[in-house]
Design a protein around this ligand. Structure first.
Ligand code: ADP
Ligand code: MG
Length: 244
């Protein structure tokens, strides 16, 4: 079993004539937590979306857990099941209860029974501290609770990797801590995580490595104390001066 969980090599992505990702090479180890920072429009979301091929790369290779997703012979639906994704907008099904939000894909995609899917769902609701909300509707929950449900929903598919795209950016400040707490716990349990975030304190404390992106490339990367505390590149310094 390889220790590399996510491997991007020579990854490029263009939208028409707009080159959004330029020849990105990245390896994320099993159990590693990598935070991605950078200005708006630098390609962070596109990078994340290329990892599960929500965006099709223009060039390069994407592999997750030793399966090359960019290989035309790969069963993409099967490979994607191992990649959980959490977005800024929680994207819960508003007409389904919290429990149903967690069971529907388990049943339809993984073929689990009602009983098994509910058991898994309740375990993951407990993990995010929302056991008592199983029968609530999403609209009855705070934004922070909805995002924790979205995390529990992703975890119910037993992902090998979790991708987070600014998971706390749409939340009121007082709700951010609970969501980051759940993410920190996941990291402690050894989940491989790629996290786009503006939460520098989280990056400092939880990330094994921080990447700074600008203009579709990785400008600089390193341990958080080095990259955030002592950046080498001018562009990184300018960005950090604005967000810290
Ligand atoms: P970030 O997440 O760092 O803010 P994005 O990856 O969302 O950056 O976007 C990078 C660039 O790609 C931006 O210029 C954005 O407008 C452009 N872009 C993103 N998605 C699309 C798309 N589907 N079609 C055209 N342009 C896009
Ligand atoms: Mg983005």
């Amino acid at each position: 079993m390889s220790d590399v969980m996510i491997e991007l090599s020579g990854l490029s992505k263009s939208f028409g004539s707009l080159e959004v990702l330029r020849d990105i090479d990245l390896q994320v180890e099993r159990g590693e937590v990598v935070c991605v920072i950078g200005p708006s429009g630098s390609g962070k979301s596109t990078l994340l979306r290329c990892v599960n091929l929500l965006e099709e790369p223009s060039a390069g290779k994407v592999s997750v857990d030793s399966t090359e997703l960019t290989d035309p012979d790969t069963d993409l639906d099967a490979a994607r099941r191992h990649v959980g994704m959490v977005f800024q907008q929680f994207n819960l099904f508003s007409h389904l209860s919290v429990l149903e939000n967690l069971t529907v894909a388990q049943r339809k995609v993984l073929g689990r029974s009602k009983e098994e899917s509910e058991k898994v769902a309740r375990e993951n609701l407990a993990k995010v501290g929302l056991s008592e909300k199983a029968d609530s509707m999403p609209a009855q929950l705070s934004g922070g609770q909805q995002q924790r449900v979205a995390i529990a929903r992703a975890l119910s598919m037993n992902p090998h990797v979790m991708l987070f795209d600014e998971p706390t950016s749409a939340l009121d400040p007082e709700l951010v801590g609970d969501v980051l707490g759940v993410m920190r716990q996941l990291a402690d349990e050894g989940m491989t995580m790629l996290v786009v975030t503006h939460e520098m304190q989280f990056a400092r404390e939880v990330a094994d490595r921080v990447l700074f992106m600008d203009g579709g490339g990785i400008i600089e990367q390193g341990p958080p104390a080095e990259l955030i505390g002592n950046p080498k590149e001018e562009r990184t310094r300018t960005f950090l001066a604005r967000v810290l």
